[in-house]
Design a binder for this molecule. Structure first.
Ligand code: SF4
Length: 330
């Protein structure tokens, strides 16, 4: 049994340096709730928006600014949804050889830049009936080679459902890879007990994709977990480029090199999508391209993720104004 730990938000708010922050906090979190874990509190060095981890999780007034032209469904999941739970797509088939399973919308903490924050209020977890429909679709679509098990946070599924899902995916011959996408590896590593890791070893197609945006997210507990995972599985990382959090060459290169040293392959660096209440995290294109150019020109391919624009279709992006070719000398 995992121990529940209680967080006293009033005592945390007292530490925040911004003026009148309690008022802003309550106003914003009434619309987009606040949720945090004790591990995240350990990652925060300074309770102000100057701190990258604080900025990732604490409500900001900019979330309420109107972005009328911005979408709430950047990936067009409603269009490409093939199995639904109520109105929420739980199986999305957008790219021919890949499918996404949205196992839940629950997370142990809420990232303020979350593209799916519109679903935060309506908690769900997939059940056996959903599982049947999802597997039925996947079995019929032999073109699907990779399945992304995501959420929300898939580790929150009941272990019966989770292992039934993984076991069944493992048995479908045309599915070659099961990508398990998790932010909890970083912000709630206590979910990954040794016993659970042992059980995961039964799935040969399983790889882990962790979500990490800043080197300050690494603390003793999740470093230990990452070492255990990378000993037993292939582990990849994905990062979102976020204004005021990691929008510099220095921060990103530090993060990617550290991940490489932990035997984790930086896999995707995503642009921030034009989503309502999130788009204030978008890094201006000119600044973004400068950062990318420097990353492309200096990092070893082992430490260099693909930069991808998502939205209607996932596109690999190179700032073509600057790049004609890259000499690989390492
Ligand atoms: S962990 Fe992922 S799904 Fe959950 S709040 Fe953060 S970005 Fe959203």
């Amino acid at each position: 049994m995992l121990k529940k730990s209680y967080i006293n938000i009033n005592s945390i708010l007292k530490k925040v340096k911004e003026k009148n922050y309690s008022f802003v906090f309550r106003k914003v979190s009434r619309i987009y709730p606040f949720k945090i874990t004790p591990f995240i509190l350990k990652q925060i060095k300074n309770f102000s928006f100057e701190d990258p981890i604080f900025k990732m999780y604490f409500p900001h007034i900019d979330e309420l600014k109107s972005f009328k032209q911005k979408t709430v469904d950047p990936y067009q999941e409603k269009v490409y949804g093939k199995v639904f739970k109520g109105k929420i797509p739980i199986l999305v088939h957008k790219y021919p050889n890949r499918a996404l399973i949205v196992t839940t919308n629950m997370c142990p903490a809420f990232c303020r830049f979350c593209m799916r924050k519109k679903n935060w209020g309506k908690s769900f977890l997939i059940d056996n009936k959903d599982l049947e429909k999802i597997l039925d679709y996947l079995k019929k679509h032999k073109e699907i080679e990779e399945v992304l098990v995501s959420g929300g946070e898939p580790i929150l599924l009941s272990k019966n459902i989770l292992f039934s899902l993984l076991g069944n995916l493992e048995k479908i011959k045309h599915i070659k890879i099961i990508r398990f996408a998790s932010k909890s590896v970083i912000n709630a590593p206590n979910f990954f007990t040794d016993d659970l890791i042992d059980k995961f070893k039964a799935f040969e197609k399983l790889i882990f994709v962790i979500h990490i945006n800043h080197i300050n997210e690494l603390i003793e507990e999740n470093i230990n977990l990452l070492k255990k995972l990378s000993k037993n599985f292939k582990v990849y990382s994905q990062t979102v480029l976020l204004k005021g959090i990691n929008d510099s060459y220095k921060e990103l290169s530090k993060l990617f090199k550290t991940l490489r040293d932990l035997k984790i392959k930086p896999y995707y660096l995503f642009d921030c999508d034009p989503v309502k209440s999130v788009y204030h995290f978008k890094v201006e294109n000119k600044k973004r391209d400068k950062i990318l150019l420097k990353l492309y020109s200096t990092l070893s391919p082992l430490a260099l993720p693909f930069f991808a624009l998502d939205g209607k279709a996932k596109a690999l992006y190179l700032p073509k104004k600057y790049i004609s070719y890259k000499t690989l000398n390492n």
